[in-house]
Design a protein around this ligand. Sequence first.
Ligand code: 5AD
Length: 344
Amino acid sequence: MDNYMNELVYKLMDSRKLETEEYIYLIRYRDHDTEELLREHAVKVRKENYGNEVLIRGLIEVSNICKNDCLYCGIRKSNWRTERYRLSEKEILSAAETGYRLGFKTFVLQGGEDAWYTDERLEKLIRQLKKRYPDCAVTLSLGERGRESFERLRAAGADRYLLRHETADREHYRKLHPQEMSFEHRMECLMALKELGFQTGAGFMVGSPFQTTENLARDLKFLEEFQPEMCGIGPFIPHHDTPFSGYSAGSVELTCFLLSVIRIICPKVLLPATTALGTLDPEGREKGILSGANVVMPNLSPANVRGKYLLYDGKLATGAESAENLLNLKRRMEKIGYVVVEKK
Ligand code: 5AD
């Protein structure tokens, strides 16, 4: 580590922010010592805020029908090889019931941008979930919607909304998405969610096609300024039926480094060790937690649809990734000195 790197590491730890150019240097020229110093500090910050607790969220993948055509995503609308499904209200409530029995206190309804999920249907669903499980939080992850829609979902009782920004660079955003989608609208949605009082989640993929170190530095600058309550980051993993099938996957090591940096710039952020990280590396979840992450999101979707929500090749939905195997996940967390808790 050169003197300048050392200076940057301490500046980041002390002030929780860097200039964009400094983030670029940090990412580009980091070495093992840089990573270790920041990882140790991230774990310290994580412990100050969350002790050794790992929070769990039950992920219910409500639909893989999507009107969007994101170039990286396996459930993009032009992928006619994907067998489409949509859970009924009954199936969603039943998944939540299973989750509640298992000890989950947060349900994440995630899905493609499926027009069937009108405001009316979602309001009804959210109200029922909140009525049945008043001690639980409801998180939505259903893509972009209008401000009025977000407002209604919030009024119905939804607590959180996850909408990864995907990349904080307009030009990069255009390379990952079709013409009809815009960076501006994505950002407008995120701002609206925050204003409406949602605990709001941003996030991005690590190693997505065309991503530069400058792009990642911008992502960090964006997080520093936006201060999301949640942040999902995971390595890009190619899906065989997408235009990005020929690109290589992102790096586990860089993802973990960025998890540490994010923990430092957003000390209280809810930061998952994502499924993508667990998919790319059998010890990915542990590595994520040991880098400063504090959330895992096991899969609560009904067994018959699990294989169909395939955002990328090899996506895990069994083992420690599935809600039924909570015991397995608990043991794995205990092995590294952490404890899974039933908190929303
Ligand atoms: N690899 C990794 N993550 C992906 N996502 C979508 N496709 C992929 C992929 N091929 C992520 C996006 C999206 C989230 C639900 O999953 O960041 O926001």
